[in-house]
Every structure is written in C-alpha cells, then in structure tokens.
Design a protein around this ligand. Sequence first.
Ligand SMILES: CC(=O)CC(=O)O
Length: 658
Amino acid sequence: MSSAANTAPLWQPDADRIAAAAVTRFQSWAAERYGAPADGGYPALHRWSVDELGTFWKAVADWFDVRFSTPYETVLADRSMPGAQWFPGATLNYAEHALRTAEDPSRADDPALLHVDETHEPTPVSWSELRRQVGSLAAELRALGVRPGDRVSGYLPNIPQATVALLATAAVGGVWTSCAPDFGARSVLDRFQQVEPVVLFAVDGYRYGGKEHDRTATVAELRRELSTLRAVIHIPLLGTEAPEGATDWAALTSSDTEPVFEQVPFEHPLWVLYSSGTTGLPKAIVQSQGGILLEHFKQIGLHCDLGPEDRFFWYTSTGWMMWNFLVSGLLTGTTVVLYDGSPGHPGTDAQWRIAERTGATLFGTSAAYVMACAKAEVHPAREHDLSRIKCVATTGSPLPPDGFRWLHDEVASDLWIASVSGGTDVCSCFAGAVPTLPVHIGELQAACLGTDLQAWDPRGEPLINEVGELVVTNPMPSMPIHFWNDPDGSRYHDSYFDTYPGVWRHGDWITITDHDSVIIHGRSDSTLNRQGVRMGSADIYEVVERLPEIRESLVIGLEEPDGGYWMPLFVHLAEGATFDDALRTRIKQAIRTELSPRHVPDEIIEVPGVPHTLTGKRIEVPVKRLLQGTALAKAVNPGSVDNLDLLRFYETLARTRR
Ligand SMILES: CC(=O)CC(=O)O
C-alpha cells in the first residue's frame, strides 16, 4: 500500500527527454530572468515556485506570453484563502489565447480539433475554421443580448460545437456552464436553475453504445423550467428540425466575422462547474478567466509537456472538469481530440483504437478504464499502433499498482505513466505529471508547480511517509473566485477552510513520500477508522478488484450506537462469477496478506451494483448515511446518481439490519 520503500522506479526519463521537456527549458529561462534555481531539477524548481509564489506566476505569464490588454499592478495583492487577489488591474481574454494559433498562417490549416464519434473516423476542424465559427457565434451571442457576466449553458456531448460555444461565450465575457446529455432533466435543472442561464445550446440527442438516444423531450422540459432563457440553439446531431422558437446552430455559425474578444478583469468568471452534490444541490463553483488561463498554461504546457506537435486525447464528457481541461489543450497550440461516444464501444479497446486513429501523443483516461482493459485482457500495443503515445495519464480515482504494471507491460515499457489528481474545485491537479521525474508504481510523480501540497495530521503538522489530510497551504489562481448564490461566502468557506483556517483542505487522504511523490488513499470524508487506525477505501478496492470475479466493490465504515464499528464490503460480481464461501475466503485472504488483518471487512455482501455520481465516482458517504438509517430522500440528491435503484438496495439492507 505504501511507498516509502518503493524507490526503484518503473520508468525514468532519459537525458534527451529531460533536456527537451518544456519544464526544463522554463527552469533555465526562469533562472536567468527571475532567480529560479538553475540546478536541482524539478524538486528545486518546485520549492522555488511555492516559496516565491508571485514571481513564479509572473514567470508563467511571461513564458506563455499572456496578453494583458491592461497591465497588472502586482501579481498577488492578497494571498489569504479564501479571498486571494490575483493580478489586480489586468484585463485579458481566455478565448483569445485559445485561438492564438489560428493567427499563425503556417498553422491556420492544421487541425485544432479532431472529432471522433463511434465510427472512430476522425474529422478535423482547422484552426482558421474554429476561429471563424467562434467569431461568428460570438457576434450572434452579442446580437442576442448576451453581455459580460451572463450565463450561457450547454446540454451537449463532447462535439466540436461544445468547444465553439464555450469559446464564443468566453469571447463575449459570458459565463459558460455545461451538462452532458445523459444527465436527466432533474440533474440538469439542479445545476442550471442555480445559475439562471440566458442561452441554452442543446442537441436533439446523441449516439452511445451503437444506439441513438433521443433527448427532445428532456430539452423541452429544460426550456419550460429555465425561465431565464432568452434563446435556445438547436444542434441537430440526430438530424431533427429545430423545434418552435429555437434557432438552428448553422444559422449562427455561418458568417465570416472576426472574433472580438471582450477584455475582462483577470478575476472575471469564465465558467461554473458543479461538485457531484450527492447530498444537497451541487455546489456551483466559479473559476476565473485569468486564473484558469494561467493554471492551464502551467498544467498543459509544463506538466503535460504538450505543444504544437502534440495531439491531446482525454476520454471525458462535458459534465466533467476534464472536458474543460481538455479544451485548454488549445492554449499551447495542441490538437485536441474530442471523442463523443461510449468508452467501450464496440469493444473494451475502443479508446486505444481512437488513440491509434488520431495519433494521440497524450492519452488520458480514467483509472477505471485501465483496470477494465486489464480485466478484459485487452492487449493495446499488440492490437494497435500506439507508437505516437508519449504519456498515458489517468484520473478519476488513484491508479492502482497493477494498473501501472499493466500499462508498462501492455502499452510500452518506455512509457511515461502519469496518475494525476486534483478536482473540479480547482479544475486542475494538485499532483501529477512531471516529464522529467521518474515514475514509481502506485505513486503520482510529484506535487505540481505553485502548489504547496502537504499531508497534515489533525493538529496541522506536516507528515512524510504517513497518511494525512491533503492540504494546499498557498492560493492557486484557479481556486474558485466564489460559489454561485453564496453571497456571504459561507458555503465556500465551509467546503475547504473549516478544518485548518486559511488552508485549503481538499477532503482526500494522501501520503507524501520521502522521495516527494504522492499517494492518494481515497476521500477523507468517507474514511474507514477502525480502532483508531485510519484506512483509505482506495487501498481496499485495489486489492479486491484484482480478483477476476469482482467487477466493482464498495467499502463503508459505520460507527454503531453501541460503540462498535461495522465495516461491510459490498461486491458486484463479474458476469458468470458465483458468490460462495470460497470466494469470500479468497477476498479476505487477499486483503489480509496485501494490506493487513485490520483491513479485513466484517462482512462481505453481494450487491446488484455500485452506485456512482454522474461523473463516475463511487458513492460512499450517502451509502453510509443510508446504512445509518437516513431516509433515501435525505441521504442523497436523486439527480446526482447514475442509478437510484441501486441505492434502494442499501436502504432496504439498513432496514433489515435494525
Ligand atoms: C483531476 C481530477 O482529479 C479529476 C477527478 O478525479 O475528478
């Protein structure tokens, strides 16, 4: 499970690779101009980036040639959290930077986007075409009366139109927000009703798993319930006519209008993202144009090491922050690969096929997909030409050690494997990819630049090689500027700052190792705490799900009224597997030998499935509440769950135990 002894790397970048990495060039450049350490590689650069936070971010802005149309007075006027003030006085525009490559005549015809649907046939959208469409749509949005600060919403799959709509909204200074079209009306309304959009972009349906899914009834319901809408833009993915009162996409994107980029203050809102909101309404998290611009330049350009030669693929929907992150690939002139379809259609290897067809150089996916491929005995490199992939990056949950081994064996032995972790709350990563550092099995390479990531004990003392709360002790520019409808900031404050005043507590258990890598153990709000020993659920999932009979699992720790502790493990079996004493014994044996006797659950219970949030994360806290006897309607917001029926199973179980 841990790590400190795990010193032999699985992968080590060679000297040429280190020399060629943008972060190496950035370090030498920042050493000459800004006093960054010339020696000591990434660890020294990281230390400097958090010790000299303002200078570091100034250097990032200069390195990526950020266009401030009015200059800033200072980089960080106030570093308190919450409430940090970044680049006061500055004005800029995010979309202008995302489309800058189109201004270069030598790149104008290159693909900015490669769109792939379930046919897996890539369709390019060139930089000049993307810029033209954004220019046309931004002008039409203005003509519709959209003004800086107005919210513009999208009920869209990951198609080029979604990227165009986001960029056009940002060009106008509007505030973008999106949901994927597999979200039901209630889930969408829980989100969009909070922010009161004036425009809705919506598809008539989408294709997924080889089938057409008609969404016209849901869109009609959204139109009825969103009373602030002034315009609805119809995107006929399934070929239907625009319904009464809606405008067709083509009518708004056909002109040859130069984009006009509203110059907005650095802290002007760019978009609203939503936390999974398994209990109350989802938190509506607002991030700024300037904050995202700088944070994503850093992530995409320095950590992911992406540039104009690269093709950036990440499997995501528009309802997950990884989509926003993916679109930011445009900032570094990188071609962004948009896949709209099922991750496993027509077969489990679908994402690798897309990587081959599009020549992806960074292949991003969920850790769960990697584990599913391993279970299904997919052999990506045997079946596909993946020679262009330089990095496989994963997120969503920690990549288990077996996932690292599998990628190394089945994709390439000289593969940079970046398990990354952050969240919607910062639309970025706290720890993750570093092209110049080794990769150790089961570990994230290092904390990201400008992020003073630490593991703290309950008294706020930093821990090394021990599990602690994930904290960030300095502000990051992409931290929320506020939550929507939280006028006194109390919801924002209580979400991150109520444990350690002035310090961001994210709600994950982590270990910072003695070689500065990071291990994520799972959410701290669903911690297992047996006889005072805290355990991360992720460690248990990793061991249990290695067994071929187990499709997925869920572990919950329950404090009982009599002072006891009940720790059941729920298992969803793979097709054809039988739940019997032999399997129970093998599960317990695996946990005992690979973790510890203390990790062995009190009971193992077969379940019809594991419930997830709409972005695919296992739902632990609401299940715990159900098992404690909370009524379903109070334990969970139904609009936030992928399968409500599964939760009823746990509700019934709670009743039968009492
Ligand atoms: C970067 C991330 O942390 C993404 C996620 O898991 O939600």
